[in-house]
Design a protein around this ligand. Structure first.
Ligand SMILES: Cc1cc2nc3c(=O)[nH]c(=O)nc-3n(C[C@H](O)[C@H](O)[C@H](O)COP(=O)(O)OP(=O)(O)OC[C@H]3O[C@@H](n4cnc5c(N)ncnc54)[C@H](O)[C@@H]3O)c2cc1C
Length: 811
């Protein structure tokens, strides 16, 4: 074994081998992979080997499409067959909701440039004669669907990587990792130690244990998973003969089943509700090429449906049942990228669909390691979407829920229930008593909306407008016509202090720094000039700044901030989490309510738009910023958690004469859409520059030194290729959920980032990116947005729906 490598990949499953291959492909030759046993010795060897492009997150779907395209390439380079069978496939619908979802899947595939076809059950039966058309309502035919040989594929990656210069050490377990003072790693293995500039955790079934070597508790858990293989079936032979092709790959989500041809029989796998985690606390190091005990009773309910949906199975003999473990993150998507606070430690784990996603994971991670950026928007797979609150018990509950719902219809307004409540603010019980309907973001409970007294605080899950609609409308009207109160503790709050705070922040953020007692809004850019954050920045005192941003981005942003801190200790940054909590009052009467809480002068001249100061509100010490995401007159009030209930009660008392009412995050979003405000991870993403994202006015080009300036200047000079715009839609009873295609003259020109009903304006609204040259085509209805297969006429707004001159906000 050599003594030093640029990168050591730990784990020789399909994911580790893909990472190794991509590192060599992108130019790193001095890379090694260390495998405990033989290649494929984790979950890879017993996989069913199926692949397709479908994913709820279109950015992940794009990487799946890349993965499938890659198989030819690695076969050609390595000379090793992957056993690639592009059989094409069908997704079946047995319920009306599923049929609606097939339309959504079809439009998402269009965004990838993939043409699919919606079929009636009779049409579907023609291409899949083993199905019973009476059991279904429709089907979606997809071309990029098939299966391969898991072992052949892994070896093809490995051989291609070796040809690119990589070395692979087998039968050699990594037993520990120690970080050296310069940020490089000592990799301790059974066969000796190696120095590595970078290490990659591609430990698959042992990713948790490889995480624990460096003090990390990664949110991954292995689940048992079963599929069966039938004896030869005459119906299969008949299909092969009459079509000259294999049986199509099938996903029957309502039956919780997937299947494909295996030799002359069929392979049928299930995601059963009564699922079982495997080795929930610790994965044994001596687990090798063995299978788990099959449990036919557990999958019997799914098989029963399967046998009814596909009658030839009733006559087929079962040759073998495979039960093997594989890992999941709580939301079922991979955990990829660098880890906050751990220099040169990279994750490529939690990959539950290694043969659909492994290539994309390898490419994104290698890009990131070599070029400092994944090269795509991989927020949906970024390990930083979870914070340090993901305990083992949390992960266990969420993964089990995710597995058992793998094929369930997920409605856009549906909130999952496992592992809740976990993170709550001090006013949670009060909100609950006031009939809040809660959702969860970054593990934290937040009030979505409030049901009126006497109504059960439950939202019916639907693709249409739900029972919440009139109540969210009422909340918006309360704010727009009077005053509302909301909890804003879910924002991320960072405090930056020290003699170097101002110059460091100014280097990190694109806008000029606020004067003391003021706020500014600022995007944060990466070196490529792309938006990686949007913040409100406040200067409270000399050498003391607060910045506020997306709660879900906390670990993502802290990873970036901390990796850019000067080493001389002149700057300190702290993420307050729920150590600092907030409330906002907003609406034309907000000032009057604030005046009731303090003796201080709160007149327009005393607290101007974007002022930021310490104040005493009743008995509570607070920081007050005059700004509101509602786009109305409003104040954000930040306090220590022990004061949260007191301030909440005092505001409600003070606001009683002004008709104050509570509002939730749905009303907040509805109102911010009326102003055309975007949000992190939907509108503001690391694939768009500030001018594309309509944030140009928050970039201070006069400032010579901030990250991404040069690239942003180029975007300004050349003009952005895409632009973020806001549309109104002619929608009747259904609004966008995000990721719908936008059309102009019958051609796809963009996609929706987010949207909902703008209640005060009484319009259905969607935001999205389109080619810049179309961004000012304001004529009515010249665009179309495809929502559940319906082409809704769409019009670009030339100015915000609410308060276009910002008189309310600034007044
Ligand atoms: C029954 C079943 C059916 C499946 N069907 C499909 C399917 O149809 N399509 C699909 O895409 N996916 C399927 N999967 C999932 C697929 O198997 C996984 O997505 C994939 O195997 C993940 O690969 P990996 O490389 O991340 O992990 P693993 O395959 O678990 O590989 C990890 C490797 O790391 C090694 N390792 C760990 N720790 C160390 C250490 N400290 N030192 C050295 N080596 C170490 C292990 O020995 C192992 O070889 C299925 C899984 C199962 C169980």
């Amino acid at each position: 074994m050599k003594s030093h490598a640029q990168a050591v990949v730990i784990g020789g499953g399909v994911v580790g081998c893909s990472v190794l291959y991509h590192l060599t492909k992108l130019g790193w030759k001095d890379v090694v992979l260390i495998e405990r046993s033989e290649l494929t010795s984790g979950s890879t060897w017993h996989a069913a080997g199926g692949f397709h492009t479908i994913n709820g997150d279109p950015q992940v779907a794009k990487l799946q499409s890349y993965t499938i395209d890659l198989y030819k390439e690695i076969e050609e380079i390595s000379g090793q067959s992957t056993g690639f069978h592009l059989t094409e496939g069908v997704f079946l619908a047995a319920t009306p909701e599923r049929l609606e979802l097939l339309k959504v899947m079809q439009s998402q595939e269009k965004l990838l440039g993939i043409e699919t076809e919606l079929l009636t059950p009779k049409e579907a039966e023609k291409i899949l004669p083993i199905m019973d058309p009476k059991e279904f309502l429709g089907a979606l035919w997809t071309p990029l669907h098939g299966h391969l040989d898991p072992s052949g594929t892994t070896h093809a990656y490995a051989k291609a990587a070796k040809l690119g210069g990589a070395e692979i050490y087998l039968r050699n377990r990594v037993t520990d990792l120690q970080q050296n003072p310069d940020g490089t790693w000592t990799v301790i293995t059974e066969q000796g130690t190696m120095q590595a500039d970078h290490v990659v955790n591609a430990g698959g079934l042992w990713a948790r244990e490889v995480g624990r070597m460096v003090g990390l508790e990664l949110p991954v858990l292995a689940m048992e998973h079963m599929y069966l293989i039938t004896e030869d079936m005459p119906e299969v032979a008949e299909i092969n003969k009459s079509t000259g092709k294999e049986v199509l790959h099938v996903v029957d989500p309502d039956g919780e089943i997937y299947m494909r041809q295996e030799r002359q029989g069929m392979l049928m796998g299930t995601y059963e509700k009564a699922c079982v985690p495997w080795s929930p606390k610790e994965t044994p190091w001596d687990f090798g090429h063995e299978l788990l005990q099959e449990d036919i009773d557990r999958i019997a309910p799914s098989l029963e449906v399967g046998f009814r949906h596909f009658p030839p199975f009733q006559r087929a003999g079962i040759k073998q049942i495979i039960n093997g473990p594989f890992t999941f993150a709580p939301d079922g998507n991979p955990l990829v990228g660098p880890v906050r606070g751990l220099k040169n430690y990279w994750c490529a784990c939690g990959v539950m669909a290694g043969f659909s996603q492994g290539g994309g994971v390898g490419l994104a991670l290698s890009n990131w390691m070599i070029n400092g950026d994944p090269g795509f928007d991989i927020w949906g797979m970024d390990v930083s979407r979870y914070g340090d609150w993901t305990t083992m018990a949390y992960t266990n509950a969420r993964v089990r829920e995710n597995y058992s719902r793998r094929f369930k219809v997920r409605f856009p307004n549906e909130e999952l229930t496992a592992a809740r409540p976990l993170r709550t603010t001090p006013i949670y019980e009060r909100q609950k008593a006031m009939n809040a309907v809660f959702g969860v973001a970054y593990g934290m409970e937040q009030a979505l909306w409030y049901a009126p007294k006497g109504m059960k605080p439950v939202e019916n899950i639907t693709f249409l407008r739900s029972n919440a609609f009139p109540h969210i409308k009422a909340e918006c009207q309360t704010v727009r016509n009077g005053v509302g109160l909301a909890d804003i503790s879910s924002f991320a709050k960072y405090e930056i202090t020290g003699p170097g705070a101002e110059s460091w922040l100014s280097h990190m953020l694109a806008n000029k720094m606020p004067r003391q007692g003021r706020l500014t809004l600022s995007p944060m850019l990466n070196e490529k000039g792309k938006v990686i954050g949007d913040f409100t920045v406040g200067k409270l005192a000399d050498e003391q700044f607060f910045i506020f941003g997306s709660g879900a981005g906390e670990a993502y942003h802290m990873r970036w901030f901390e990796s850019h801190l000067p080493e001389d200790g002149s700057v300190t940054i702290k993420a307050h989490g729920l150590g600092l909590v907030g409330l906002t009052i907003a609406g034309p009467k907000a000032r009057e309510v604030l005046a009731q809480l303090t003796d201080a002068d709160v007149s327009h001249d005393a607290i101007k738009f974007l002022d930021f100061k310490k104040m005493e509100l009743g008995m509570v010490p607070a920081m007050v910023g005059r700004v509101s995401f509602t786009g109305d007159l409003g104040y954000e009030l930040w306090v220590k958690p022990e004061f949260h209930p007191r301030l909440f009660d005092d505001i409600l008392t003070a606001g009683a004469d002004y008709g104050i009412k509570l509002f939730g995050s749905r009303a907040m979003r509805s109102m911010s859409l009326e102003k055309g405000f975007g949000s992190w991870a939907t509108e503001y993403r690391p694939i768009y520059g500030p001018y594309a994202a309509a944030m140009g006015r928050f970039v201070d080009m006069k400032k010579n030194d901030f990250i991404g300036r040069e690239a942003a200047m180029k975007e300004l000079q050349d003009g952005p290729a895409k632009r973020l715009v806001t549309f109104t839609l002619k929608a009747k009873e259904i609004d966008v959920m995000g990721n719908e295609p936008i059309y102009r003259d019958g051609k796809t020109v963009g996609y929706v980032t987010s949207g909902m009903y703008a209640h005060h304006a009484d319009k259905s609204v969607a935001m999205g990116y389109i080619p810049a040259e179309m961004a000012e085509e304001f004529s009515e209805d010249i665009f179309r947005v495809e929502v559940f297969g319906e082409m809704l006429p769409a019009t670009i707004l030339s100015e915000p729906l609410f308060d276009p001159k910002a008189e309310r906000m600034r007044g």
